[in-house]
Write a protein that binds this ligand. Structure first.
Ligand code: KG4
Ligand code: ZN
Length: 339
């Protein structure tokens, strides 16, 4: 069978990325130009700065991805692009570039949902992984438990009602004066702390409901620090990080395990930036051993935003005939499973 080569483009937040992927699984190139340095001094992503930087970077990044894969644009079978959810100005840059390339080269265009892309990162990492499986997607913008029934069929089992898990990590790091993005810094500091030192709140909804809420724990961390400061008592940042991370991971894993039982599934995957968290990965691996299921997670490079995962997801749409037309638009609050 002829190989199918997809060019993926991702610009939904603060990474400009392009990648060439063969048959949905083999990454021939994956170029990621991060804007973290630009946003660091503001403590978070500034949407207007992100869009302008994407405009500057998109063509050179696509060029580098094609060169890295050793191919020309005419050797590509389709162009996949994230069209939501995300920052509208940032998404529009990728969508416009992909439409221009698809139109001029007369190539199929495939609009990709960002979260479906994160899920597909597991196909790149685990060449034998096939649906059905349960996936926990935790990033700066999303916290979802999804049943991946088939490559293009998704059922949302639970999601956050307020902050995303990554957002909570970033806000706690900011409160502690640690910098941006906070997740990796909290993860590192937590390794030197006591996870049982402070009992931060865990929020669960009624039995059987798999939604999350992370806005309370972020306030609880802020209150703890203020109270300690007022009392003139010292505390270790490492203990705050370890206790916060332990509480978040406990809720994520407990709801995920309920989902696994509900779906009687023997495969469980992690995806999204927070899936790079060492405590979360260990907790999933432990549970997999105890409960006899297989655990999957991508390497950290494929957990955070990248275009390889978008190309992989686009491939599974492409081979099933789900192409977009040139009216494709950026949809900031796109629902998962929209076709
Ligand atoms: O998937 P991603 O790159 O962007 C979105 O789609 O949002 O995720 C970025 C998020 C940030 O909130 C970052 O702090 C978090 O992932 N993150 C982590 C770790 N590495 C990245 N959170 C916890 N532990 C980590 N090791
Ligand atoms: Zn993402």
């Amino acid at each position: 069978m002829k190989d199918i080569i997809i060019l993926g483009i991702e610009t939904s937040c603060d990474e400009t990325s392009a990648s060439v992927v063969k048959n949905g699984r083999v990454v021939l190139s994956n170029v990621i130009s991060s804007q973290i340095d630009l946003h660091q001094k503001y403590g978070g992503v500034v949407p207007e700065i992100a869009s302008r930087k994407h405009v500057e970077l998109i063509i050179p990044v696509v060029d580098d991805a094609l060169k890295g894969a050793g191919i020309n644009l005419d050797q590509v079978d389709g162009i996949g692009v994230t069209y939501g959810p995300g920052l509208v100005g940032a998404l529009l840059v990728g969508v416009s570039a992909a439409k221009a390339l698809a139109f001029t080269m007369d190539k199929p265009l495939i609009g990709v949902h960002h979260i479906e892309g994160h899920i597909a990162a597991n196909y790149i990492e685990h060449i034998d992984l096939e649906p059905p499986f349960v996936c926990l997607i935790v990033s700066g913008g999303h916290s979802h438990i999804v049943y991946v029934e088939d490559y293009n069929k998704f059922e949302i089992l639970g999601k956050t009602r307020d902050d995303a898990a990554g957002e909570a990590f970033d806000k706690v790091a900011r409160t502690l004066g640690m910098g941006y993005p906070g997740g990796p810094l909290v993860d590192k500091a937590a390794k030197l702390g006591n996870p049982n030192k402070i009992n931060f709140p865990r929020v669960y909804f009624e039995k059987g409901n798999l939604d999350f809420s992370f806005s309370g724990i972020k306030t609880a961390v802020l209150n703890y620090i203020n109270i300690m400061d007022q009392k003139g008592e010292s505390y270790r940042i490492e203990d705050v990080c370890a206790s916060f991370q332990f509480a978040v991971v406990e809720v994520l894993i407990n709801n995920l395990m309920t989902a696994v039982k509900l779906k009687k599934c023997n495969k469980v995957a992690l995806a999204g930036g927070v899936a790079a968290n060492s405590c979360l990965r260990e907790a999933l691996t432990d549970n997999a051993q105890k409960n006899n299921f297989s655990a999957y997670y991508p390497k950290p490079l494929f957990c955070t935003d990248n275009a390889a995962m978008i190309a992989s997801s686009a491939y599974y749409q492409f081979i099933n005939g789900y192409n977009s037309d040139l009216y494709l638009n950026a949809i900031p609050s796109l629902k998962i499973g929209s076709r």
